[in-house]
Ligand binder design. Structure first.
Ligand code: HEC
Length: 123
């Protein structure tokens, strides 16, 4: 029995770090922009060569550029067209990143989801 306090403490540590991870705030600039920079920005920058008019170099543009109204619905990743475009068979056009052999990984898509579900803040 004398060992049980240590077991309880160890268990609490594991649980609290799992909870901390779940609640961790996803940041556009820290977590998402590196992915965007590597995989999206060459086509989604605000310049004359952008084929879609959708730009991603700031949170404001991510939410408001492009031709679709529900691009980012804060608190509702499933209702956000940005997420729909990262999944197979979007209703219009192609899955992003288009022309890339390397699709987004589930972890990458989940980061975008979490950011939107947490309110899509300019963070
Ligand atoms: C090689 C160029 C290219 C890359 C790389 C690319 N896109 Fe696109 N994107 C396009 C083109 C072209 C369209 C318009 C045609 C379509 O919707 O399929 C588009 C459309 C979109 C739209 C819809 C815009 C609208 O107004 O309807 C979203 C959202 C989008 N892309 C997100 C992304 C994200 C996120 C990435 C990176 C993971 C990415 N794209 C990578 C070329 C690209």
């Amino acid at each position: 029995m004398h060992r049980s306090p240590y077991i309880v403490i160890a268990l609490l540590l594991v649980l609290s770090s799992a909870a901390a991870q779940e609640k961790r705030e996803v940041s556009y600039s820290r977590d998402l922009f590196p992915i965007v920079k590597a995989r999206c920005i060459k086509c989604h920058e605000r310049d004359d060569e952008n084929p879609s008019n959708y730009a991603m170099e700031s949170v404001d543009l991510v939410k408001r550029s492009g031709k679709t109204a529900n691009m980012v619905v804060p608190g509702n990743a499933d209702g956000s067209y940005l997420i729909v475009k990262l999944l197979p068979n979007p209703p219009k056009g192609a899955q992003m990143p288009i022309f890339s052999k390397k699709k987004m990984t589930p972890d990458e898509v989940n980061l975008f989801r979490a950011w939107i579900d947490q309110g899509a803040r300019d963070n």
